[in-house]
Structures are given as C-alpha cells and as structure tokens.
Design a protein around this ligand. Structure first.
Ligand code: HEM
Length: 191
C-alpha cells in the first residue's frame, strides 16, 4: 500500500520540478544517459559532480551538526572520490560555502530534500553506466539505493523540521540548493 507524501514533500516537489528538469538536462548529467557515453566523458562528468556534491553534502552535514539535530545522512562523497580514483583522477573539493548564511531548520529541510533526493535517480544512472561502459565501471556514487521506506521516512523527518508557516523557507532552501548545484556544474564541467 502506498501512502501519499506529506504536504511539505508535495510542495517541495512542485516548487523544484523545473529546477530538477534543468539539472537532469545539464550536459554534465545528460551525457551519463547517452548510449554513446565514453569513459572520458564519464570522467568529465564525475569531475564536475565532485565539487557540486561536496558543497551540498558538506554544508548539509555541517548545518545539521551546528543546529544540534539528530539526523543521519549517508556520506556519498568518499564514494565519488573512490570512483574518481579508480579512473585515475584526483578528487578536488572546492568548498564554496563560506558566503552562505547559516541554515534554519526549515531551510535545512529543503537542502536535505535536494541532497537525499539526488539518490533517487542513481539506480537509473548506474544501470545505464553498466550497459554503456561495462560491468567493471566504477559507479559507487550512483549505487547507494534507498532501502524500502527510507525515502518516506526522510520526508517525514523534513516535515518535522519545518514548523507550521515555515514551508516558504524550506522551498527557498531547496531552490537555492538546486541553483548552487547547477552553478557548480556550469563552473566545473569541461565536457
Ligand atoms: C541525470 C541525472 C538525474 C536523473 C536521471 C534523475 C532522476 C530522478 C528520478 C527518476 C527521480 C524520481 C525517483 C522516484 O520517484 O522514485 C528523481 C527524484 C529526485 N531527484 Fe533526480 N535525477 C537526476 C539528478 C538529480 C540531481 C543532480 C539532483 C540534486 C542535486 C536531483 C534531485 C532529486 C530530488 C530532490 C528528487 C525527489 C523528487 C520528489 O520529490 O519526488 N536529481 N530524480
């Protein structure tokens, strides 16, 4: 039996649908789904994803700690670094977070939505990578699946972080996280 998502989750999805569409059509990510993907293009994509993901994951984890919240977020950055290492490439994180304002619990809910939601497309991408580049292709970053119920539990956590009347702040946090991620890809993709 499937339950409908909580209200904040529906709002976040509606408010960021365009941003997600723009991001999954970014050349750095579109190429991952291309039947003609080469190992070199995959490497260029991971090199751009590294700083984009690092900025988001590091910020979310740091703000969770600063706010003293008891939220568990799996770290995927080491997986991305390992994938790059297997391709013979360095992982160079650029922490561009210094100018950002501290998060409120509600705006953090929006950022966490983007970070964890980005795992949802991973299985599609991992399947495609194995088909185009072969079963030996390093793809640990895209291969951390959600266990059954994990996403809906996460959405409940986001709901609990956001007090009534604060959903605008959560939406703003999510939209900013998407925009920053997109900007990082624009800056770092050398496809
Ligand atoms: C080529 C790249 C991508 C593909 C193919 C993709 C694909 C998908 C798919 C299929 C879903 C829905 C999964 C489901 O409902 O079970 C999804 C959800 C989501 N993705 Fe992506 N995605 C990509 C990149 C990203 C990136 C880079 C981010 C964020 C940095 C992101 C954030 C999200 C979020 C927040 C959701 C949840 C949407 C909701 O509320 O239902 N995605 N993605």
């Amino acid at each position: 039996m499937s339950t409908s998502p909580p209200p904040l989750a529906r709002r976040l999805r509606d408010a960021t649908r365009d941003a997600h569409h723009a991001l999954d059509h970014h050349p750095a990510l579109q190429c991952l789904l291309d039947a003609a993907l080469t190992r070199e293009a995959y490497a260029a994509s991971l090199l751009a994803l590294y700083p984009a993901h690092a900025a988001l994951e590091n910020r979310v984890c740091r703000e969770i700690a600063r706010l003293g919240l008891h939220l568990r977020v799996p770290r995927r950055l080491p997986r991305l670094a390992d994938d790059l290492g297997s391709l013979g490439l360095p992982a160079e994180a650029i922490d561009s977070d210094t100018a950002q304002l501290p998060a409120s619990p509600a705006s953090l809910a929006g950022e966490l939505y983007v970070l964890e939601g980005s795992r949802l497309g991973g299985r599609v991408i991992a399947d495609r990578l194995r088909r185009t580049l072969g079963p030996g292709v390093p793809h640990a970053f895209f291969s951390l699946p959600m266990v059954p119920g994990e996403w809906s539990r996460r959405l409940d956590e986001l709901e609990a972080l956001c007090l009534p009347g604060e959903s605008d702040a959560a939406v703003a946090g999510a939209r900013e996280a998407f925009a920053r991620f997109h900007h990082q890809l624009d800056t770092h993709f050398r496809g």
